[in-house]
Design a protein around this ligand. Structure first.
Ligand SMILES: [Zn+2]
Length: 435
């Protein structure tokens, strides 16, 4: 007997062939065990859901997020990156603690879950709080030990504490399909060559995910050139920190040779189109990266550089803005946009064999999208609808490994109301940080 059967669905599998079908999907023990075309014989199931023509699609994978930064949503606006960062860091310094990071991570992950995200890579202070909050909400969560050269980090730790702290993080969170540990140095302008190398060595020894901001702004590129005589990606390549477990957030300002370096090393790019536009960072050369065979994934960045953390907006922009920027209407296809937002993201987290698409044998990480709304009618192609018309509020139901975490647009995995109250209580204190 099958545990769960979803019938009458328009299934966008997200597989390598771009397969779509109308029919049913069966889940047993959290694993997809059948995709059945409409009219085919259906197995007996403990629970059957008639999707009524809704789209059933893979859960989305957000490969660059700072969930606890949701606490600062809309606080700092209209500044260039450097003064913006200084203001943000001032607010963070006054507010962040283990407790507030946990509250902020819950808030952000609830927002992601309700919008159909099933896996997330979250970079922040007190990463154990992100891991624990991810477990509470039910997302596959990848977080990494924080690594900065600041004399005193917002976690009260010094550079000399970082290595032991990161080792401890791997002990506290052994790798599972739900919990993926790593080390996340902030960037090449905030962590020197020794720190970047040391962090990479520890992370590699544990087969961890190594994520770092890279080439986000022209100012960063100039800074790294001045300090080390090299552009950001060449600098990182020379340090030996680029490989298939490296996720580089942004990569906005790259030349041809740097794109070739990413393709050669297998390092993954987390494209954050919303953040890059809002912070006036520029347009990443995504079409050129895709042509060169670079692995490109999608992220939301934090809610202070995009105000909400919306993978649907990220997908739509990824598929749209490069057409405008390159004057090429074929620049990024809808299939490429979905691949970035699902399978490529799962691959980057080391989950590609068990997640990222709806295929027999994979975990049931999946979402249902309401198709009864005016903007969904008519619909000639479900993938076109997903990329160019759908939005996060269309997501009605979400499963991670067959466990339903969102039902009828409500988070059912965790009671989020007390978290919302706790954040509201913090607002006067947060506002006072920049007054
Ligand atoms: Zn970021």
């Amino acid at each position: 007997m099958t545990d769960l059967l979803i019938t009458n669905a328009r299934i966008v599998t997200g597989d390598a062939n771009g397969t779509q079908m109308t029919g049913a999907l069966a889940v047993t023990g959290g694993v997809i065990d059948a995709l059945i075309p409409q009219g085919g014989a259906l197995p007996k199931a403990a629970e059957t859901i008639d999707a009524g023509g809704a789209i059933l699609a893979p859960g989305l994978v957000n490969t660059h997020c700072h969930a606890p930064d949701c606490l600062f949503r809309g606080l700092v606006e209209n500044l260039a990156l450097e003064p913006w960062l200084q203001t943000v860091w001032k607010a963070e310094g006054a507010i962040l603690s283990e407790e507030t990071c946990r509250i902020g991570a819950r808030l952000g992950f609830a927002e992601l879950a309700l919008s159909g995200v099933t896996s997330v890579v979250d970079m922040f202070w007190f990463p154990e709080q992100s891991m624990l909050a991810g477990g509470e909400i039910g997302l596959r969560t990848c977080a990494g030990g924080a690594w900065f050269d600041l004399p005193m980090g917002m976690d009260g730790k010094t550079p000399g504490d970082r290595a032991a702290m990161c080792e401890g993080f791997f002990q506290q969170f052994p790798r599972t399909d739900m919990s993926i540990p790593g080390i996340f140095p902030h960037g090449a302008y905030t962590v020197g060559p020794d720190g970047l190398r040391a962090a990479h060595k520890i992370s590699s020894a544990h087969k961890g995910i190594y994520s770092v901001h890279a080439a986000e702004t022209l100012a960063e590129v100039e800074d790294i050139k001045t300090r080390y005589g090299n552009t950001v990606i060449r600098h990182m390549d020379a340090l030996g920190i680029l490989d298939e477990r490296t996720i580089l957030a942004h990569c906005v300002h790259l030349d041809d040779e740097e794109i070739a370096i990413l393709a050669r090393t297998g390092a993954v790019v987390a494209h954050n189109p919303v953040s890059n536009m809002k912070l006036a960072s520029g347009f990443a050369r995504i079409p050129d990266m895709l042509k060169a065979g670079v692995k490109v994934t999608l992220g939301t960045d934090g809610a202070i550089s995009g105000n909400d953390i919306d993978m649907w907006l990220a997908m739509r922009l990824a598929a749209m803005l490069h057409k405008g920027a390159t004057l090429d209407p074929t620049a990024v296809t809808t299939q490429q946009a979905l691949h970035m937002a699902a399978q490529a993201g799962a691959d980057a987290m080391g989950l590609g064999k068990i997640a990222g698409s709806l295929e027999v044998g994979k975990q049931a990480d999946m979402i249902l999208l309401d198709m009864r709304r005016p903007h969904a009618i008519p619909m000639f192609d479900a993938l076109t609808h997903m990329i160019f018309s759908a939005n996060k509020s269309d997501v009605t139901d979400v499963w991670v490994g067959g466990t339903r975490i969102v039902s009828a647009r409500e988070l059912v995995s965790y009671d989020i109301a007390p978290t919302l109250d706790a954040v509201r209580d913090l607002v006067p204190k947060i506002a006072a940080t920049i007054a």
